[in-house]
Design a protein around this ligand. Structure first.
Ligand code: ADP
Ligand code: MG
Length: 323
């Protein structure tokens, strides 16, 4: 269980002075620029949940994850992982966490991947028989064989991400924090990583917090999303409720046999957005109106043949939250 209470992080960066001796003056100046990267956020994550943590660039996602993992100290507020603070009880908490930063490998750049694994296994004090079995399992799920003898710097981005994911699992943590693990990957590599994460969550019961810009990742993996913008949580709930809340219209395409007679002046509870030959396109908000109610009305306008409904794209929904 993860509990985040009134968490804040303000960065103070020295204000850069302009003009002559600017470098020196910057060094001695007391002028700081403040950046409230995370402002008073609270949430809880239960064991076994798969939560998407999303928001535009600079929203405060990575800063949050760094506080969750103990890398950064909060300005105020508290993080508890199974009742322990990752800042105060770093050693005990680290053993329960796996972390992947897609932008930066945790592995040693010039070492063969398997050497990095050996170091990590020693650091986490994983017993040899256990680590051998675990590497075998990870190898099966992530197909690591081809890359174990390669130095990290020679790996493709997709291989590197697989290597990093395996590294984060060597000590069998029950919580995973993943900061953009699919960034820059092609469709196939993304698919592989998604299915790995799904297995971890569904079959092994791992709790996962995932940051991504890829809305397909979110839709396919997460039941719950937390949206952060300007350091504040704008939404926390299910994807479906998010769709409804934003209230983007559902598009309905109704095909008629023969003519369509749309009454010229009628106060309609939906919008007619187009008519092409025998196909009528209407937009309605499904929160306000049931599809049956729409059909009852449009069936009066001609001989209905077929109805096609399109729910709003998740990408558009998210765009609505950020504004
Ligand atoms: P995200 O991961 O959502 O893109 P970040 O958490 O990385 O956002 O950053 C949130 C804000 O805090 C940004 O405005 C960023 O420039 C600022 N920031 C992040 N790290 C630092 C730092 N070490 N020093 C100063 N400002 C920072
Ligand atoms: Mg980030």
């Amino acid at each position: 269980m993860i509990t985040v209470t009134n968490l804040r992080k303000t960065f103070h960066t020295p204000l850069v002075q302009e003009g002559r001796f600017s470098g020196l003056r910057t060094l001695f100046s007391r002028a700081y620029k403040e950046k409230e990267a995370v402002r008073d956020i609270s949430f809880e994550i239960e064991s076994g949940e798969f939560v998407g943590y999303i928001g535009p660039n600079g929203a405060g996602k990575s800063t949050t994850i760094k506080m969750l993992t103990g890398i950064l100290h909060p300005t105020s507020g508290e993080v508890l992982i199974h009742g322990l603070s990752p800042q105060k009880h770093r050693r005990r908490v680290v053993g329960k966490l796996g972390v992947v930063f897609g932008q930066r490998s945790q592995l040693w750049w010039d070492l063969p991947v398997k050497d990095s694994y050996e170091i990590l296994i020693a650091m986490y004090r994983v017993e040899e028989s256990v680590s051998r079995r675990r590497l075998g399992e990870l190898n099966e799920l992530l197909e690591l064989k081809e890359l174990l003898d390669m130095p990290v710097r020679k790996l493709s981005l997709g291989q590197r991400m697989r290597a990093d994911l395996a590294a984060s699992m060597l000590h069998d943590p029950d919580i995973l924090f993943l900061d953009e693990p699919t960034i820059g990957l092609d469709v196939v590599a993304k698919k592989n990583i998604r299915s790995f994460l799904q297995t971890l969550n569904q079959d092994f019961g791992k709790t996962i917090l995932l940051t991504t810009h890829d809305m397909d990742d979110i839709e396919q993996l997460c039941k719950r999303v937390v949206v952060i913008n300007h350091g504040q949580i704008g939404y926390d709930g299910s994807i479906d409720t998010l769709r409804d809340r934003i209230g983007l219209p559902t598009m309905m395409k109704i095909t008629y046999r023969g003519n369509i007679n749309v009454p010229a002046s009628w106060d309609l509870p939906f919008r007619v957005v187009g008519q092409e030959a025998n196909v009528l396109t209407i937009a309605c908000n499904r929160q306000e109106l049931k599809a049956m109610d729409v059909l009852r009305i449009v069936s009066l306008w001609g001989d209905m043949d077929d109805v096609h409904m399109e729910e709003p794209e998740f990408e558009e929904v998210i765009h609505g939250v950020y504004q």
